[in-house]
Design a protein around this ligand. Structure first.
Ligand SMILES: Cc1cc2nc3c(=O)[nH]c(=O)nc-3n(C[C@H](O)[C@H](O)[C@H](O)COP(=O)(O)OP(=O)(O)OC[C@H]3O[C@@H](n4cnc5c(N)ncnc54)[C@H](O)[C@@H]3O)c2cc1C
Length: 393
């Protein structure tokens, strides 16, 4: 379809895990695709550890396997998740989510975000259809029913039948397309690091809603966990500025000995918490995917999982249109993508926000409601099993 060097069928803005998976999903066609990424090529080719350990559901693993990515991730980077415990304050009660009795099948796997990016990048490099344009950001985008014109920071202009924004939750491309979003800055940050520890984690994750902090402990290889502390922004900044010894001492106090003696096993990373929901997931000759469409709170570990299935939906519709010689930016097709993603993501997005509201309240009523909520779910096995089944889907 596309002609000159700067004309493409599809231009994807953002070479994050979702932009790259989308480009890989289009690999079985002859569509001419460009991925524009603001980071330099070397950084994309060798992504640095960013603290994120992505909890992948079985559905996501199936998609990554279809793309050739799952089997390319070394086994040493895949940590099985055999169960999860939710704790409230100093109460000894734990809400438990486990694999079905005797199945031995994990709820999912934890994989570092940088490893997912790494394998997807290598897949794209091996494919002929996609061109990577790195080290330049998109500074302007104009779309009409006929197509899109995209201007890069070096002044180069690309044309495309379809522009796909995958440039994160504060997407500049979404703004350029005139699509609004509900953006909620939560005034908190998630501070993350890996620790080596004395006590065994038995591959069980812990989410502990404590007074003025939430701590998640994600089990990685034997004797190593990822710790995620949700704190007020200024408190996270203070911890980030401490030297290693003081930081470790404070971390140990905050964990109240749950993991035994600890040592730091990585550098620290901090993510200000912002949730987003775009008002529309498409415009004439344009679509949004990944966090640019829906930026979930990480507490339920589903942002990438939802985005991976969303990009697959869009790619499937585009590939079908292309095979049938129909327009790959057909408005009805894009509208269908939006409806499907809205239906599948809205319940989890709203439930996650509700959970965040309930679990970040510090007043007595909120703490009691949390306690009652956990016991309520524990004694309703069908709800617990339903959540476990959703994770394994
Ligand atoms: C602490 C934390 C833990 C998480 N844990 C989980 C989990 O366990 N499970 C899960 O499913 N999800 C999890 N998530 C969510 C997941 O990380 C995101 O949903 C996912 O990274 C979104 O990918 P993306 O490609 O849409 O965006 P990003 O990863 O943000 O990538 C966007 C890319 O676009 C590039 N870019 C930005 N602007 C421009 C521009 N103007 N021009 C060109 N390039 C541009 C950026 O450089 C970047 O490479 C977590 C998130 C956080 C913060």
């Amino acid at each position: 379809m596309a002609g000159s060097d700067d004309s493409f069928d599809i231009v994807i803005v953002g070479g994050g895990p979702v932009g790259l998976s989308f480009a890989a999903s289009l690999g079985q066609s002859e569509l001419k695709v460009a991925v524009v990424e603001q980071q330099p090529l070397e950084r994309l080719a060798d992504p640095a550890f960013d603290g994120r350990e992505i909890a992948l559901t079985h559905a996501s693993i199936r998609i990554l396997r279809e793309l050739g990515a799952w089997d390319a991730i070394p086994a040493s980077h895949k940590s099985p998740l055999q169960g999860a415990r939710v704790l409230n304050g100093s109460s000894p009660f734990a809400l438990c989510f486990d694999s079905p009795r005797g199945s031995g099948e994990p709820l999912g796997f934890l994989v570092p975000n940088c490893r997912i990016r790494d394998v997807l990048f290598k897949i794209i490099r091996l494919q002929d259809h996609a061109q990577l344009i790195c080290g330049h950001s998109v500074v302007d985008a104009a779309t009409s029913h006929k197509g899109a014109v995209i201007t890069l920071s070096d002044g180069r202009r690309l044309t495309a039948r379809l522009l796909v924004a995958a440039d994160s939750r504060l997407s500049a491309t979404r703004d350029l397309l005139g699509i609004g979003a509900d953006i909620n800055r939560l005034g908190k940050a998630m501070l993350i690091c890996r620790v080596r520890h004395e006590r065994a984690h038995h591959q069980i994750a812990v989410e502990w809603f404590d007074h003025r902090q939430t701590i998640a402990m994600l089990p990685l290889m034997e004797g190593v966990s990822s710790l995620l502390l949700t704190l007020h922004l200024n408190e996270a900044d203070r911890l980030l500025a401490l030297d290693d010894d003081l930081f470790l001492r404070e971390l140990t106090n905050r964990c109240r000995g749950r993991l035994g003696e600890m040592t730091l096993a990585s550098n620290r990373h901090s993510y200000p918490l912002v949730t987003t929901w775009a008002h529309k997931f498409w415009a004439p000759s344009a679509a949004l995917i990944g966090d640019a469409a829906i930026g979930m709170h990480p507490v339920t570990a589903h942002g990438f999982n939802i985005s991976l299935s969303g990009q697959k939906q869009l790619a499937h519709r585009i590939l079908t249109a292309y095979r049938d010689r129909r327009d790959i930016a057909d408005p009805d097709m894009l509208h269908g993508y939006e409806s499907c993603l809205r239906r599948s993501a809205a319940p989890l997005y709203n439930a996650t926000n509700l959970l965040v509201g309930l679990y970040s309240g510090e007043h007595l009523a909120a703490r009691l409601a949390r306690h009652a909520g956990l016991r309520f779910v524990q004694y309703l096995p069908f709800v617990r099993h339903g959540i476990s089944a959703m994770l394994r889907r």
